[in-house]
Design a protein around this ligand. Structure first.
Ligand code: HEM
Length: 423
């Protein structure tokens, strides 16, 4: 099969005889008891997951829910770490907890390698990505990222109120990943809809979600075909030409990894930049200190990542077992809350406080174990540059209206509207 033949819509659609996976009834509405009915999709969780998780850690450290066909929520650091390291008992076949489980035959590759892959496939799929995300490779993008942050702020000229989430934080990772993948830079706004469908639309009817995924894959196929015709020095051409075990990647692997990079790289970093600006808008002493001592930013940034860790992942239980006192069943979800682990007082002193000069800070915002974030150098560069430029250009800001701030629900949490008053 020539390279061109791999990337047809037919090749990327599931075969008619392919197993479908399982669905369960969608349950929404207020939670009766977070210990036995938790849902990360309800507004109470989106507004303040920390209070809920802190309470659970005290009274029921591995909470349960019957929603999503059954799942567990460990809130202690040591339990989160144990799940993340144990790929024998927990699969990454799906890492978004919802009402659909992909077929078991999907393992060990999954729909978006390497994040959806289990050993032994995971190792090789991950290795393919590493060269593009080294510290050195990332540093070559810093200048362009900084110039872009300045351009975003230039566009605020003459305004007193701006939406730091929608008009600043969001655009930075979109631009960086579009550039890395070699997508048209003006397509940025379209990515937002793809991402929202994957990460926040979990409780929507399956037909609606499928339609959203189809739009994403149609977009990716168009990009791939364009790159097949005109190869370039970017990640898309790299993936099209890459080989594993002496063979070109399957079209599903190429498109799945592209979708992963688009989704994993954007909402996460957008959330981290937005949450950091939200903290500084609501804590003037920290803001003033960082403006006066810019050298403290790298330390403060790690504390923002600890305290407002944006990413929660999921796993599927591989077989029935008694796990640390709870009866886990095959195909139960485990919601792997790195944010809860980061606020465990058994692991961090003054865990519930945000200390921008915290010296020892072994947080797990980027995960633990074999799936630890491939993009952590890139994310840190974007977060640092975004905050440096903002604080240099707009050192004085407060919330325009606390009630107008909104936070995303689901597994990636960050401000989605953050109106700030500039002075
Ligand atoms: C502040 C921003 C970010 C945070 C907090 C974050 C967090 C995470 C976490 C917690 C994982 C582990 C997933 C798991 O255990 O299942 C992960 C994996 C991953 N992240 Fe990030 N991420 C961020 C930004 C990025 C960026 C910018 C990229 C690339 C464009 C990226 C690419 C990936 C990839 C490819 C994986 C899968 C690694 C594997 O399975 O081996 N991330 N990320």
């Amino acid at each position: 099969m020539s390279v061109d033949d791999r990337f047809t819509k037919e090749n990327l659609q599931p075969r008619p005889d392919a197993p479908l996976g399982t669905r369960n009834e969608i349950v929404t509405g207020p939670v009766s008891d977070w210990a036995d009915d938790f849902s990360h999709l309800e507004p109470e969780w989106a507004a303040d997951p920390y209070r809920i998780q802190d309470d659970l850690r005290e009274r029921c450290p591995i909470a349960h829910t019957g929603r999503f066909g059954g799942g567990w929520l460990p809130t202690r650091y040591e339990d989160v770490a144990a799940v993340a390291y144990d790929t024998e008992a927990f699969s990454s076949r799906s890492i978004i907890m919802g009402n659909f489980r992909p077929p078991r035959e999907a393992a060990p590759i999954g729909g978006s390698p390497p994040i959806s892959s289990d050993p032994p496939f995971h190792h090789d799929a991950r290795r393919l990505l590493l060269p593009a995300f080294t510290k050195r490779a990332v540093s070559r993008r810093e200048e362009a990222t900084r110039a872009y942050c300045h351009a975003l702020i230039d566009a605020f000229e003459g305004r007193r109120e701006v939406d730091a989430a929608g008009e600043y934080a969001q655009h930075i990772p979109v631009r960086v990943i579009a550039d890395m993948l070699g997508f048209p830079l003006e397509d940025g706004p379209r990515f937002r809809a793809f991402i929202e469908n994957s990460l926040e639309g979990v409780n929507r009817p399956p037909e609606q979600r499928r339609a959203g995924m189809e739009l994403l894959f149609d977009y990716l196929i168009a990009q791939v075909r364009d790159h097949v015709e005109r190869p370039r020095d970017d990640l898309t051409t790299y993936l099209i030409e890459a080989e594993l075990h002496g063979q070109k990647l399957t079209p599903q692997h190429v498109a799945g990894t592209m979708a992963l990079l688009l989704i994993a790289g954007v909402d996460t970093t957008w959330s981290a930049i937005g949450a950091s600006l939200w903290h500084l808008a609501t804590n003037p002493a920290d803001r003033e200190r960082l403006v006066a001592e810019p050298g403290l930013l790298p330390t403060a940034m790690e504390e923002f990542l600890r305290a407002y860790a944006p990413v929660t992942m999921a796993r599927l239980v591989k077989h029935d077992m008694q796990w640390r006192g709870v009866p886990m069943k095959q195909e139960d979800w485990v919601l792997l809350s790195f944010p809860a682990a980061n606020r465990d007082p058994a692991q961090f002193e003054r865990a519930g406080e945000v200390l921008i000069d915290r010296e020892v800070n072994r947080h797990v915002a980027f995960g633990l174990g074999i799936h630890r974030c491939v993009g952590s150098h890139l994310a840190r560069m974007e977060l640092r540059v975004a905050l440096e430029v903002w604080l240099e250009r707009l050192p004085r800001f407060t919330l325009a209206d606390p009630d107008a701030v909104t936070w995303s629900a689901g597994q990636v949490r960050g401000p989605r509207a953050l109106p700030l008053l500039l002075s």
